[in-house]
Design a binder for this molecule. Structure first.
Ligand code: SAH
Ligand code: AVI
Length: 320
């Protein structure tokens, strides 16, 4: 008997339905990584940042601690606009430098994870009494949703190497959008995870405690909740591996057995044993690849700072 197509739940976001339908119909099934980040996913990501294997956050924090007390007063930044702000844990280093310079006026954290963003904004308002905190919920692949009247000069920050989670054309569109919002004295500060020993990178995405696996499977729980889908997250294995030709980690969820998943409004999706859904790419960079991304977006690479082990870079871009 043909399966009837049940309708998507009324609360389902039509864009999500369209993206999930298209992604699961592709020969290599794929889902956008923004769907990791419901409140639980954001908390799991915070746990990842504290894992011994996940060197990225520690390396970037040390770079911020070293360079922000010099960069921020030199720029005189009065606004901080942050893409994919999350908990804004490292952003405090920038805000502290702004406060020390007497220029901490406006902070605009932008994130797709609405509930988590609200908590971040409330915490920062308590911690920085004189600072105006204006959070913006947005999918940065589509828009920045910036408030009017940013105080100039502004520092636009995109930390954590989250740029690497966007395919190159989308990364260029995103940076072009940031460039379009920048005025002459503004700067763009970006964290970039660097190409290095593959074993070090792969360990960061295959931690011993299985937190990254739980983060990866969380996407299926998000689909179950948002779309009334009936994924069994335990029937999918976490896999993360480095693709040397494209210089990126790929995260997949691999079906451990044949299964059919029902997604109301989309239909039945079949999985053969061993078939995977690609849930994330995480590109790794070097100077030429960042310079090329910047150039394509109308930015010039003004400064490049790395840690002593050359694991991570903090990059400053200026409008061309
Ligand atoms: N900047 C923080 C958090 C990085 S985790 C750090 O460096 O530790 C990535 C963050 O980007 C999450 O908070 C997630 O919700 C957000 N994010 C992911 N995709 C996004 C998108 N398309 N639009 C807006 N925010 C996004
Ligand atoms: C948010 N982003 C930069 C992380 C990364 O490393 O690509 C997400 C992540 N995925 C697995 N672990 C962490």
């Amino acid at each position: 008997m043909p399966k009837t197509l049940t309708t998507a739940p009324a609360r389902a976001n039509p864009q999500m339905v369209a993206e999930v339908a298209a992604g699961l119909a592709a020969p290599q099934k794929e889902l956008p990584p923004k769907y990791f980040y419901d409140h639980r996913g954001s908390v799991l990501f915070e746990e990842i940042t504290r894992l011994p294997e996940y060197y990225l956050t520690r390396a970037e924090r040390a770079l911020l601690q070293r360079w922000m007390p010099r960069l921020v007063p030199a720029l005189g930044s009065r606004s901080l606009v942050e893409l994919g702000a999350g908990s804004a844990e490292k952003s405090r280093i920038i805000l502290d430098a702004m406060r020390a310079a007497g220029t901490a006026e406006l902070y605009v954290p932008i994130d797709v994870s609405a509930a988590f963003l609200r908590e971040t904004a409330e915490r920062l308002r308590r911690e920085y009494p004189g600072l105006t905190v204006t959070p913006a919920v947005a999918d940065i692949a589509e828009e920045l949703n910036l408030p009017r009247g940013l105080h100039s000069p502004a520092l636009f920050a995109f930390l954590g190497s989250t740029i690497g989670n966007f395919y190159p054309p989308a990364a260029i569109r995103l940076l072009t959008r940031v460039r379009g919002a920048m005025r002459p004295g503004d700067r763009f500060l970006m964290g970039a995870d660097l190409r290095k020993d593959v074993a070090v990178i792969e360990a960061a995405y295959n931690d011993a405690r299985g937190v990254t696996a739980a983060f990866n499977r969380n996407m299926l729980r998000v689909l179950n909740h948002e779309l009334d889908a009936d994924f069994d997250p335990d029937a999918f294995e976490h896999r993360a591996f480095y693709e040397p030709e494209s210089h990126r980690i790929e995260m997949h969820l691999v079906a451990s057995r044949a299964q059919v998943v029902d997604l109301p409004g989309i239909g039945a999706v079949r999985f053969a044993p061993g078939e995977s859904i690609r849930t994330e790419i995480s590109s790794k960079y070097d100077v030429p690849s960042v310079a090329a991304l910047f150039a394509a977006a109308g930015l010039k690479l003004e400064s490049w700072k790395t840690d002593p082990e050359h694991r991570f870079a903090l990059v400053v871009g200026a409008p061309v």
